[in-house]
Ligand binder design. Structure first.
Ligand SMILES: *Cc1c(COP(=O)(O)O)cnc(C)c1O
Length: 373
């Protein structure tokens, strides 16, 4: 019998899709030029980078000159946060790329999310003062999937004349993004969560927003982000963003059904709880806690059944502190260490979901029995 392989960790990373790989390949070999030169090989590469920038701008409602390529979501977040002077208002449920950047620069106010992971526009409004220059709120949470009231927060920031940055790494491809409508001034995106390779992403910066260079050297990226462009990855990113945005409604509808099937199935397990919001939740996110089990043990047993899932957050594996997001939303002690995150995508099927439910129920029961529960 063929060994089962069910991947349910798409918030950690996704494979490069066939369409994206295909469009990238020539830029490793025949079209290998450095975009900064004047000859034909350079021109070909420069044209490809420009074409990718154009595709991304069109997909999110931005202008060509507002897209800056980076090495990924982490760099985009670091850039936005560290190159801002004045006070920052953020939340206690941000990705570590934002939280640790804020920690290094200081002068930051952390808003407390509620039990479902939301921060309200009213909280943001109250926290903004004379010194505030930026508000940074994650668009959709990578751990618990909570989708923030981002348009209302954007509205407040615009009224107050404060720069609004959002980490949209998990949002792109899962919810429709229009930077003008949503009043974003800055937005971070990563390639590898949406079918482009790892190590590439972009920062959107609205025209007129004060921007300082983050990486110094040559004059790439309009003089703001030095270093020879990762041409194949940038080409892949352009195609991945285009496809993710074109297919967002269709993919989200399909994935949402699988997500609800998985939530309903897992909630049949005794003493299980869903973390985050049931309504305003990413279409592929299922974050559940089981009392009286250790998530590490659940993950290992699921892995031996061919199922890939994660605990609190992939970024904190190897760190045995409980996830800062679960702590921030006040998950009780008895559930905290038994948290498992499944993140689905359009690539999953209903059969896979049923298999996950069956194996998770079995695993939790087995582990509780060992403990005599
Ligand atoms: C994955 C992720 C990042 C980091 O992106 P990389 O490209 O892996 O550096 C940042 N923010 C969120 C919300 C993420 O899920």
């Amino acid at each position: 019998m063929e060994k089962k392989f069910v991947y349910a960790d798409y918030a950690a990373t996704a494979p490069v899709s066939d369409e994206v790989l295909k469009i990238m390949l020539p830029y490793f070999t025949e079209s290998f030029g450095n975009p900064s030169g004047v000859h034909r090989a350079s021109r070909m590469a420069a044209k490809a980078v420009a074409e990718s920038r154009r595709k991304i701008a069109a997909a999110i409602g931005a202008d060509y000159s507002e897209i800056y390529f980076t090495s990924g979501g982490t760099e985009a977040d670091n850039w936005a946060i560290k190159c801002t002077s004045g006070g920052i208002v953020t939340t206690n449920v941000e990705h570590k790329a934002v939280l640790n950047s804020c920690k290094i620069r200081g002068n930051t106010t952390y808003l407390s999310a509620d039990r479902e992971g939301f921060v309200s526009a009213a909280q943001v409004e109250k926290a903004i003062n004379q010194d505030t220059s930026m508000v940074s709120v994650i668009c959709a949470n990578n751990e618990i999937g909570t989708v923030m009231p981002i348009e209302e927060i954007g509205q407040i920031c615009r009224e107050k004349g404060v720069v609004f940055h959002t980490d949209a790494v998990q949002a792109i491809g899962n919810i429709p993004i229009d930077v003008r409508k949503m009043k974003f001034d800055m937005l971070s995106c990563s390639g590898h969560k949406i079918g482009a390779p790892k190590g590439v992403g972009f920062l959107y910066v609205r025209k007129g927003t004060n921007l300082e260079a983050f990486i110094h050297g040559g004059s790439q990226e309009f003089g703001f982000r030095a270093g020879t462009e990762n041409v194949p990855a940038i080409v892949g990113l352009g195609e991945a963003v285009k496809l993710a945005c074109e297919r967002v409604t269709e993919n989200a509808e399909y994935t949402r059904k699988l997500r609800d099937r998985l939530i309903d199935g897992l909630m049949q397990i005794p003493d299980a709880r869903l973390n985050g919001s049931r309504e305003n939740r990413l279409c592929g996110n299922v974050n559940v806690s089981f009392a009286d089990v250790e998530s590490e043990a659940v993950l290992l047993m699921l892995d031996s059944a061919g199922i890939c899932a994660s605990g609190g957050s992939a970024c904190t594996t190897g760190d045995d502190k409980p996830s800062h997001v679960l702590t921030a939303i006040g998950v009780e002690e008895k559930y905290l260490s038994g948290t498992v995150r499944f993140t689905l995508s359009y690539r999953n099927t209903a059969d896979e979901v049923d298999y996950i439910i069956e194996k998770t129920a079995e695993t939790v029961e087995k582990l509780r029995k060992i403990r005599g529960i």
